[in-house]
Write a protein that binds this ligand. Structure first.
Ligand code: ATP
Length: 319
């Protein structure tokens, strides 16, 4: 089977033990391992695919704990390096009663930001059939150069490049900088997935209509996806476009839904990319990806709720 390599940050989200409070009001916090690229790697593995995660952790209890989580979930961690001087990144996150997400990041700098070009496991990258990344690793040097180099090596080796920007505005110096940098690597990708919120941000509009989405289209792209939460997703290729509905579930916590959606898709593309030219096949595949995203919203945390194939099948076959 082909290998998916997912590049970027892995960190610990600290989430309040009770819901609907501000960070200041929270009586206590639970550790929730995360970082979108790491979630994607685990999503691929849980669905039976081969996956490696490439990134840097602190040489501390939390870093070793995260590497063990990768291994326990069947993800190859041979591309993980440890920084002796910097800590594993932490983020305190809460969904307040008013529905707003509140973040507080501990990255000053954290180990993930300190990954260098020289530390990249190039052999692993060259083995990738699909290479996936986000934009958080673009924010500061030296990780930014490592990210760009990794993309270049993967592309040269013939991998399919998959990009989910995963906007975290508070991490960028300004909104303008975020938009500019996120778009600066747009043309290298084969597949890009954005959420409805990211589409609006990147196009500076308040619409997710097709004309707006098409502003993010490039001739270099094979597939552009826009996820719409409970409404499913939209897809655009050079020959066809449309939308696929999701499944009705009882939503508890949406964290990781987008990562499960991407992981499901990449796990299939690593075996067979014919869906990129075949709308019927693509729609089937997106139905599966939607099911995986939907299941991930039904439990707290990202990693504990990522589905296996039989859970996804059960939701898809439900009358
Ligand atoms: P994340 O919370 O991980 O950042 P995202 O914003 O990238 O997620 P979403 O659009 O929330 O991505 O969700 C990804 C996919 O998961 C959707 O396209 C949809 O298929 C599925 N999904 C998410 N929320 C729901 C829901 N409440 N009901 C059904 N399906 C859902």
């Amino acid at each position: 089977a082909g290998l998916v390599v997912s590049f970027g940050e892995m960190l610990i989200d600290f989430v309040p033990t009770v819901s609907g409070v501000s960070l200041a009001e929270a009586p206590g916090f639970l550790k929730a391992p995360g970082g979108a690229p790491a979630n994607v790697a685990i999503a691929v593995a849980r669905l039976g695919g081969r996956c490696a995660f490439l990134g840097k952790l602190g040489d501390d209890e939390f870093g070793r704990m995260l590497a063990a989580i990768l291994r326990d979930n069947g993800v190859d961690d041979s591309g993980v390096t440890f920084d002796a001087g910097a800590r594993t990144a932490l983020a305190f996150v809460t969904l307040r009663a008013d529905g707003e997400r509140e973040f507080m990041f501990y990255r000053n700098p954290s180990a993930d930001m300190l990954l260098t070009e020289a530390e990249l496991n190039l052999d692993l990258i060259r083995k990738a059939k699909v290479f996936h990344y986000g934009s958080i690793s673009l924010i500061t040097e030296p990780c930014r150069s490592a990210h760009l180099k990794a993309m270049e090596v993967a592309k040269e080796a013939g991998a399919l490049l998959s990009y989910d920007p995963n906007l975290r505005l508070p991490l960028w110096p300004s909104a303008a900088e975020a938009r500019e940098q996120i778009l600066s690597i747009w043309d290298a990708a084969d597949i890009i997935k954005v959420s409805d919120v990211e589409l609006e941000f990147l196009t500076d509009t308040d619409s997710v209509e097709d004309e707006v989405a098409m502003r993010l289209w490039r001739p270099s792209l094979k597939l552009l996806l826009v996820t719409l939460g409970e409404k499913g997703c939209k897809y655009y290729t050079k020959d066809f476009h449309g939308s696929v509905e999701s499944f009705a579930v009882k939503q508890v916590d949406t964290t990781g839904a987008g990562d499960a959606f991407v992981g499901a898709l990449l796990g299939k593309f690593v075996e067979d990319q014919s869906a990129l030219q075949d709308e019927k096949k693509l729609r089937e595949l997106l139905r599966f990806s939607n099911a995986c995203g939907a299941i991930t919203t039904t439990k707290k945390g990202a990693i504990p709720s990522l589905p296996n194939v039989s859970e996804a099948m059960r939701l898809m076959e439900r009358p």
